[in-house]
Design a protein. Sequence first.
Length: 396
Amino acid sequence: MPEIRLKARRERSVLRRHPWIFSGAIEEVVGAPGIGATVDVFSHDHQWLARAAYSPRSQIRARIWTWDPDEQIDAAFFQRRLERSIGARYHLARSLDVTAYREVHAESDGLPGVVIDRYNDTLVLQILSAGAEQWRDVIVAYLKQRGDCAAIYERSDIDVRELEGLTSRRGFLSEEGSNEPLIISEFGLRFKVDIHQGQKTGFYLDQRDNRRFIRDWIHGGEVLDCFAYTGGFTVSALAAGADSVRSIDTSASALALAAENVRLNDLPLDRCEWVESDVFEELRKLRDQGRSFDAVILDPPRFARRTSQVQRASRGYKDINLLAFKLLRPGGRLFTYSCSGAVDMDLFQKIVAGAALDAGVEAAIVAWLGQPSDHAVALNFPEGRYLKGLVCRIAS
């Protein structure tokens, strides 16, 4: 088997079972491993450390499969890992309140680069790394033989694949499948999901608990939903009794689907205002018009994809939170989120605090939010905690 040997004193993270090995930590590659090939990892003094997938074009040069020298990377390995991951979601699988959730959460489930989301009886697969691509056929074969899904759709079409030297791929992997939106259930609400063109695998499943949470905090009033996408928070706010919701997104098709989701839940469409616009521009316009709201929701896309982008992302988060604070009435609440893994909770809280200071408002954090149990964070992979949320209350 090909090998990679680490530089002196660069094995610490591997010994702490962090699954990533960066290119700068590698002293030598022995053999000629191809993209996604399995390699043994050795320390500078020839101690065996782990078994990993090799990715010669990525800064993350190897992603670790196992720290057990007796565990081989074969079809049986993937079956064990998939069964373990799927079994950990049994509480969701038997729930009558939730019909869409994540079955496999990549590194946090011991399967770097593999994401599987379930929408009713349709599975959506994402293959994000060279190592996962190498074993794609084995993974798909396992999903097909499970016999608990009507269709499998692949959404391996995001930019991270390019960093791994992989091309995009999208389409059904099963004979059955429909091009029509799926309808999922979530704590008494229903949503249409477009797995073909929608963000991520079609829906922001990681915000499921936060959508339910917001229904306990909004009681009437005017709500501003920024980066509304297909209306997850808009529908939740209306279900909680909001008097009106102004929903902003740059995508006309996403807002159209959001309106369908309002109708799907028999909620009052006349309480909705749909604004196709850049959120930053719209927030400034509302500020200049002297508008105000009882609650503002900020759920932007990822501003920082890597550490080098954190400074720029911090400015973006500062701007939208500052504008949101200026638009809140006394006693109003800000529900603000970041899905940038490179921006940790401590930094995010500092950014929001700075925004409140610059906005000249007195605010307090009344809740810290995050991702649900199906997006679990492995203790050896803190980067898996990418979704952060704060609920801030403005002083009356």
